[in-house]
Design a protein around this ligand. Sequence first.
Ligand code: B4P
Length: 192
Amino acid sequence: MLNLIIFGPPGAGKGTQSEKIIAQYQLEHISTGDLLRAERNAGTELGNKANEYISRGELVPDEVVIGMVRNFMLSKTSAKGFIFDGFPRTIPQAEALDIMLLEFNTSIAIVLGLEVEEDELVKRLMLRGQTSGRVDDQDESTVRNRFREYQNKTLPLQDFYAKQGKYNSVKGIGKVDEIFSNLCSLINTIKQ
Ligand code: B4P
């Protein structure tokens, strides 16, 4: 199995690059943002609860997200590998992921961290907010709150994965295809 994490601040291009990586390497996509929005659109209790956090620009509680990822993985037992997009976002999520993958007899091969500075990210998200209808892209204070959450809770994961020798950073500014090509070069170094 080939398991990758695409990592980076809100709007860094995790979803954009995931789509291209999936097409190239035939991996199963686990985007916790997409799963949470699907729950909200279906009007489930989990979705409604999650939406309260998302609309404030806060992270959804770990146990909710971890349970959702576990269920998704269990429904894809014949997967060639997974790309984790927007997950993990906290140390407890990363620890839970390591344990879940162990149950599948596998592990994370590489973490790809997209580097983009905050002002560019705010621009991208506000622009997307004009058309996406996403509650969390609508106003600058919510967007800035997402960065604070990222700095406080998600950034420590860089160190977590660097200690495992798995963290790689990639410039996330420039043409989408150029960034993709740089990501592929890194993936190809570990692909068996
Ligand atoms: P996500 O859905 O994961 O959203 P994201 O971080 O905003 O987006 P991403 O980095 O994928 O950016 P994209 O490619 O779309 O999370 C939303 C919320 O859900 C979180 O804030 C949180 O509340 C909750 N949540 C999700 N996972 C969670 C977890 N594990 N734990 C707790 N809570 C969780 O790109 C953004 C924009 O930039 C697009 O418009 C795109 O077209 C543009 N773009 C991309 N690449 C570009 C480039 N190279 N140049 C110019 N523009 C580019």
